[in-house]
Design a protein around this ligand. Structure first.
Ligand code: KIV
Ligand code: ZN
Length: 500
């Protein structure tokens, strides 16, 4: 039997640190339920001292999880952070405090302006302080990927002596090369004399696109916990993607001497859920969960797959939750069926919101024959903007080849109606110019992505936009079978965020 590799999910903490990916507490609970379906070992729920919202959210997640997973709260090596984490976790069935400090030259001297001796002292004190509250204390050696091997070993030895049950070796900046990172973990396994008293965890960032390779190198050399996120969400270029590291372990478990207890059939659902809640589009060619991950386009490949799936497919799509028969609802489905499907997807709505989503569902079902889980998630996600001040009332666009596009639209702004028309260089440009005639602010569209969620020309288009206003970036989302309408909705979603 291979070693059990614990999966530590940090979508709700490091993932949420991605600019524009912030989630409200209900959305975090929806994701928590999906993490439980995946059967993760540890859920990092937040950083309680950072805000009252985060504190509350950690409490709610702990209550939701019960004893089904360890719930972890992040702290700096600072007593008030640890007090706050302990308080947020006080009713948690399986609490873990995750405390730590920087250990690289740059963190010691430039960020913390201290000395290596003081770092060890603060690390040990933080672990001992956290131990007063909980048995399970994880220590992170921040920026370990760029630290001195001997010093890192000293820190790890000292925190294990102080009672750390898990020691996290993060490549915080995503700087390392897999070979070297593997050697680093091996060095700790061979030189820290009490290393058998704790487990070693890896937490890798994707700045060079190598987070999965780094994590696997860590596992191959002794780590027994991997920290990761759904879709690789996380600071800057993101974290290790859970779906990648778990599927690699599934395929190469013997070489890596490791297996996980993850229910991989929940990956697609988890990926779509996180994407729809955060508004972060999954690139089509993303490994495991991208829309094209199992699409074969060249004739030679198609011919091969028809003869035998394994000619060009290393993973059975069903193993990650792709099910071509996943059509669930039609125009004849009632409110109860929608509610039931939403609850299977981990989304619970109160009656008022359910009614709104149902109305939208019926409109969509008029335009689109088959309603998939993705469509439902988009409808439920889009409803999050239901209370917004500015709403699109109507939109009419004329466009075509060889003519200039013209758009007219009506907005409802806090109950008052406004109308405008404009021409533009294409239908979206015309519609946004009309919108700007009503809302006259100095705003610039910085990013614009349109994505279809499943298949077919009647599909719902999802639009993500980034709009810069007053030197700040705002993220917006729209979903509609009409992509021009979805684009205008996404733009309005951005505006709603700075005109609250
Ligand atoms: O990347 C990192 O070092 C972290 C720590 C806080 C664990 O996210
Ligand atoms: Zn991180």
């Amino acid at each position: 039997m291979t070693r059990k590799i614990a999966i530590f999910d940090t979508t709700l903490r490091d993932g949420e640190q991605s600019p524009g990916a912030s989630m409200n507490s209900e959305e975090k609970l929806v994701i928590t339920r999906q993490l439980l379906r995946l059967n993760v070992d540890v859920i990092e729920a937040g950083f309680p001292v950072s805000s009252p919202g985060d504190f509350k959210s950690v409490q709610q997640i702990a209550a939701e999880v019960g004893d089904r997973a360890v719930v972890c709260a992040l702290t700096r090596a600072v007593e008030k952070d640890i007090d706050s984490a302990a308080d947020a976790l006080k009713d948690c069935a399986r609490p873990r405090i995750h405390t730590g400090i920087g250990v690289s030259h740059s963190h010691i001297y430039d960020k913390l302006r201290t000395t290596p001796e003081k770092i060890i002292e603060r690390a040990v004190n933080a672990v001992k302080y956290a131990k007063k509250y909980v048995e399970d204390v994880e220590f992170y050696a921040e920026d370990a990927g760029r630290s001195d091997y001997e010093f890192l070993a000293k820190v790890v030895q000292a925190v294990i002596d102080a009672g750390a049950t898990v020691v996290n070796i993060p490549d915080t900046t995503g700087y390392s090369m897999p070979d070297e990172f593997g050697r680093r973990i091996r060095f700790l396994m061979e030189n820290v004399t009490n290393v058998d008293k704790a487990s070693i965890s890896v937490h890798c960032h994707n700045d060079l696109g190598m987070a999965t390779a780094l994590s696997l190198a860590g596992v191959q050399n002794g780590a027994t916990q991997v920290e990761c996120t759904i879709n690789g969400l996380g600071e800057r270029a993101g974290n290790t993607a859970m779906e990648e590291v778990v599927m690699a372990l599934k395929m190469h478990g013997d070489e890596l001497d490791g297996h996980t207890d993850i229910n991989t059939r929940e990956f697609i659902r988890a990926s779509r859920l996180v994407s729809s809640i955060t508004g972060f589009v999954v690139q089509p060619n993303k490994a495991i969960v991208g829309a094209n991950a199992f699409a074969h386009s060249s004739g030679i490949h198609q011919d091969g797959v028809i003869k035998s799936r394994t000619t060009y497919e290393i993973i059975d799509p069903k193993d990650v939750g792709i099910d071509d028969n996943s059509i669930v609802l039609t125009a004849r489905s009632g409110r109860a069926a929608l509610k039931n499907r939403l609850s299977m997807l981990g989304v619970t709505l109160d009656q008022e919101k359910l009614d709104k989503v149902y109305e939208e569902f019926l409109k969509l079902a008029d335009r689109k024959k088959d309603i998939h889980d993705d469509d439902i998630l988009v409808l439920a996600g889009a409803d999050r903007s239901g209370n917004h001040r500015i709403k699109l009332e109507y939109l009419q666009v004329t466009s075509g080849v060889g003519v200039r596009s013209v758009a007219s639209l009506g907005l409802n702004i806090s109950g008052e109606k406004f109308e405008a028309a404009a021409s533009g260089n294409g239908p979206v440009d015309a519609a946004i110019k009309a919108l700007k005639r009503i809302i006259d602010r100095h705003m610039t569209l910085k990013e614009f992505t349109i994505q279809a969620i499943s298949k077919g020309s009647d599909d719902v288009g999802k639009v993500h936009m980034q709009v810069e206003y007053d030197n700040q970036m705002y993220y917006g989302f729209g979903a509609n079978t009409d992509i021009i309408a979805a684009s205008v909705e996404a733009y309005i979603d951005c505006i709603n965020k700075f005109t609250k």
